[in-house]
Design a protein around this ligand. Structure first.
Ligand code: UGA
Length: 440
């Protein structure tokens, strides 16, 4: 099939590369000429395992191309994906201007039947707005061309996006139209061999499913984080509690890890947007208000602990392992590390940080500062630092030489925001150790 993907960001590129890899001819359209030039030169603008080889292989094979020419994009695709950004606005609502601009562009250039598919995470009701925007342009051209708007939310996890796309656990297709559903089934057939993963539903249900999934996961995390703080108070160990409750199949083991708070581009944004949608319909989503507040509190937790331990962080240096909001990505959006670093700086402390891939992104955000040093190994971060804080659970941090860390730190202590170690083992090595919700 001929497919067009508007928006060469994370979601757009993964979608495009994976669809091309199974034999479709995919054209990616982006307004940013620099991004298109980078992609044409065979480079991916972000870090994601497996994406580079997919992009190169399919571009070479003539199945994947990149352009800034929107008219060409509209002419090319029988199915057109809208995968442009929906950044949060001040009030928490998603900014739909880029999504609607693409809808108008399609309306301005289309000449035959199109299935227009919203792939960006968009609030309930967006497909209807896309339909209106497109219809208005067709009306201005005095044309009555056929088209369908489908909601096809993505459920990719950063760091595992290619795998998630190639082996989806569900393919949600929101549509009220049999012709569009049929096209979508054809498109996804290569990913759907052994079990039928396509779930057809009405458009609002598909749109709400996306938010419901992320909000549910964020709720689990915030609940575990609150329980972890309580566990410390009552002398319990959250890891034992996690195993204890996870073994109930109704609860399950996934997304029950207490930590330094959830970050990333999705959970914080989607929880806010769903609260906002509730508000627009006169409903206060009370659970989600609490989920958000608990997460804000949790992101400050490492700073509170370090400050309490040292008395004050003024004039102190904190070694920091992990900057990205989670492993296997260089994404720093809403990363808990930022809250910690900014709190340390505001209190007059310094940070020496290491991350396997996110240091370049971090340097771009904060620039040169006297109170911030990026170093090239976990050990180098500890050199001359007072204590060590761990914010991201990269594999490289999982089996460190505790004796060496002890020798390097002035006040040998580890504040582990991801519960990587057995507390007894670290303490036996002579370091003070605080995990999140671990028995002391
Ligand atoms: C999330 C969802 O997991 C995907 O299904 C969804 O498609 C995506 O958002 C999206 O809407 O685009 P992602 O943000 O890449 O994916 O990352 P997650 O692996 O879900 O992690 C989110 C945050 O939760 C991270 O900061 C992570 O450290 C934290 N987390 C996760 C915990 O604190 N505890 C856990 O048990 C799991």
């Amino acid at each position: 099939m001929n497919i067009t993907v508007f928006g060469s960001g994370y979601v757009g590129l993964v979608t495009a590369a994976c669809l091309a890899d199974v034999g479709n001819r995919v054209l990616c359209v982006d307004v940013d000429p620099e991004k298109i030039a980078t992609l044409k030169a065979g480079h991916c603008p972000f870090y994601e395992p497996g994406i580079d080889s997919l992009l190169v292989r399919n571009a070479k094979g003539g199945r994947l191309d990149f352009t800034t020419d929107a008219a060409r994009g509209v002419a090319h695709g029988e199915i057109i994906f809208i995968a442009v950004g929906t950044p949060p606005q001040e009030d928490g609502s998603a900014d739909l201007q880029y999504v609607l601009a693409v809808a108008r562009t399609i309306g301005q250039h289309m000449a035959d039947y199109k299935v227009v598919c919203t792939k960006s995470t968009v609030p309930v009701g967006t497909a209807a707005k896309v339909r209106e925007a497109l219809a208005a342009e067709l009306a201005a051209r005095r044309l009555a061309l056929p088209y369908d708007v489908v909601s096809n939310p993505e459920f990719l996890k950063e760091g595992a996006a290619v795998e998630d796309f190639m082996r989806p656990d569900r393919i949600i297709v929101g549509t009220d139209n049999a012709r569009a559903l049929d096209k979508m089934r054809q498109l996804y057939a290569p990913f759907n061999r052994n079990h039928d993963r396509v779930m057809a539903m009405d458009v609002p249900s598909a749109e709400l499913t996306k938010y419901a999934a992320n909000a549910m996961l964020a709720t689990r995390i915030s609940f575990m984080n609150e329980l972890a703080l309580l566990a410390e108070q009552v002398g319990a160990d959250i890891e034992s509690v996690r195993r204890g409750i996870g073994s109930d199949p109704r609860i399950g083991f996934h997304f029950l890890y207490a930590g330094a708070g959830y970050g990333g581009s999705c959970f914080p944004k989607d929880v806010k947007a769903l609260i906002r949608t509730g508000g627009e319909h006169g409903q206060s989503l009370q659970v989600l208000h609490a989920v958000e507040a608990a997460n804000e509190h949790q992101k400050q937790e490492l700073f509170r602990r370090i400050s309490a331990y040292l008395g004050s962080v003024k004039g102190r240096t904190i070694a920091l392992w992990g900057l990205a909001f989670k492993p296997n990505t260089d994404d720093m959006r809403e990363a808990p590390s930022r809250v910690l670093m900014e709190a340390i700086w505001a209190a007059g402390g310094k940070v020496r940080a290491f991350d396997p891939v996110a240091m370049e992104t971090t340097a771009k955000i904060y620039g040169e500062r006297a109170d911030f040093t990026l170093v090239d190994s976990p050990e180098a971060a500890c050199e001359g630092a007072d204590v060590l804080a761990i914010v991201t659970e990269w594999s490289a941090f999982k089996a460190p030489d505790f004796a060496r860390i002890k020798a390097l730190l002035k006040t040998p202590a580890i504040f582990d925001g991801r519960n990587l170690y057995d507390p007894a083992a670290v303490q036996a090595a002579g370091l003070h150790y605080q995990g999140i919700g671990r028995a002391r």
